[in-house]
Design a protein around this ligand. Structure first.
Ligand code: SF4
Length: 422
């Protein structure tokens, strides 16, 4: 129930309505339905389970009134910065730059999470909440109930919930597809297959386990566990991540049936957020081997699909150096199929990742441009290319310069891939 209550300098708004569609905006946007506490010092926002999900400080100590903190379902605090709007949108396709508390491959951004007020909020937001409760006196029953639940969702409880999520999925989701940026990384993870086909030498996220599909029964158990864990806040979700590293390699029937089951059980048709998106990774072989009937079946579902393929390089020497056991000819073939699917199916977008590094063989970038520039006769709005710096925690001006050069030359939308986990 929507309720607003004010006492001196504390204002509490229960079940406030944000925007119901993901959008790219150069100002802060709040999505779905949430509750908000505003005090003299900070604004704290809570999801429908009354778990803290966003926060920002007020006053001069806060870096920028347009910037905020978000807590993920994996219990990471991410700082969303404008980057001074200097080239952030051109670089990543979003107006805000996510700054993570763990090392990633980002070329831009700073260390905002270690700024004093930012660290104070992530480290002791519960004290801010307690102070608000003390000063609030005797609020009405509905507000009191919300405050009690918010306080009960302590940092320890939230960490336990994150661990429950990892247990349901069979482990932490160490990397999300870059396309999940379209839903601000708010996805429900559902693992339909573990492992991957290649075990590339350069890859940091691979697991030891060989590629293995989950059984329909195992997937149903995950869906039940996720429904319980996400609880009332399921109503704020409209997006699914089909894990792990190569869901496209799963049996087509399993993939299609899993999406249908998740769509109905998670109640996506009645979500507070419009539209439904499904994200997954694929590989060169899974894309080339996927039967056309899979895409025909996906076309009939009420969802937008984003399939991200790790191509890495179109140059054989680079592929060998990376230890990726595919051929440059296979990469070119996969790239061609990607174009064909993107042209043919309005609700399916296949995107691709390529590696960037200063120490790659000299034909890596020419071979890349042969695909994304010479291989296409016109600029296309669909089929994003994501360039991923190979090394973690090594921002480099020369790579950023190279990225800008490649972006200008590419006939496809081209962005940097900032690796985020869940
Ligand atoms: S890059 Fe993809 S296919 Fe290669 S090891 Fe990593 S997860 Fe597996």
């Amino acid at each position: 129930m929507n309720e607003i209550w004010q006492h001196e300098d504390i204002r509490i708004h229960l079940r406030k309505r944000g925007i119901d569609q993901y959008t790219k905006a150069s100002y802060p946007v709040r999505y779905g339905v949430f509750s908000e506490i505003e005090t003299r010092d900070a604004i704290l926002q809570f999801n429908l389970n009354d778990e803290i999900v966003q926060a920002k400080g007020k006053g001069r100590e806060w870096p920028d009134p347009q910037e905020w903190l978000k807590r993920t379902v994996g219990n990471d605090w991410i700082y969303y910065s404008t980057g001074g709007y200097a080239g952030v949108f051109e670089a990543i396709g979003e107006y805000y730059l996510p700054n993570t508390p763990y090392p990633t491959n980002s070329l831009i951004g700073g260390q905002p999470l270690s700024l004093p007020l930012v660290a104070r909020i992530t480290g002791s937001w519960q004290n801010l909440l307690r102070q608000a409760i003390d000063r609030a006196g005797g609020p009405p029953a509905g507000i009191r109930h919300f405050l009690d639940r918010a306080l009960a969702n302590s940092p320890e409880v939230l960490q336990k919930k994150a661990e429950t999520l990892f247990a349901i999925s069979g482990g932490r989701i160490t990397v999300l597809p870059p396309d999940t940026r379209h839903v601000d990384y708010n996805v429900i993870p559902l693992t339909i297959a573990e492992g991957c086909l290649y075990k590339c030498r350069f890859c940091r996220v691979k697991t030891d386990s060989p590629f293995k599909e989950k059984t329909p029964e195992g997937i149903a158990v995950q869906i039940d566990g996720l429904t319980e864990l996400y609880g009332e806040n399921l109503a704020n979700y409209n997006a699914l991540f089909l894990g792990e590293h190569d869901a496209l390699c799963a049996r087509p029937d399993l993939l299609v049936e899993t999406v249908g089951m998740a769509y109905h059980t998670f109640g996506f048709s009645g979500s507070n957020m419009k539209g439904t998106s499904v994200f997954l990774f694929g590989s060169v072989d899974s894309l080339l081997n996927a039967p056309s009937r899979l895409f025909e079946d996906l076309k009939k579902l009420p969802c937008s699909f984003y399939i991200n393929i790790g191509l890495e390089s179109a140059d054989q020497e680079t592929l060998d150096r990376l230890g990726k056991p595919v051929t440059a000819a296979g990469i070119a073939e996969a790239f061609a199929r990607m174009q064909d699917i993107n042209d043919r199916y309005f609700n399916i977008e296949v995107t691709a990742n390529f590696i960037m590094d200063e120490r790659l063989p000299e034909n890596h970038y020419p071979a890349f441009l042969k695909l994304v520039r010479d291989g296409l006769t016109r600029n296309k709005p669909k089929g994003c290319i994501y360039l991923s710096p190979l090394r973690i925690g090594k921002p480099s001006r020369s790579i950023l310069f190279e990225f800008n050069r490649l972006k200008v030359l590419s006939r496809l939308p081209t962005f940097l891939y900032i690796i985020q986990r869940l």
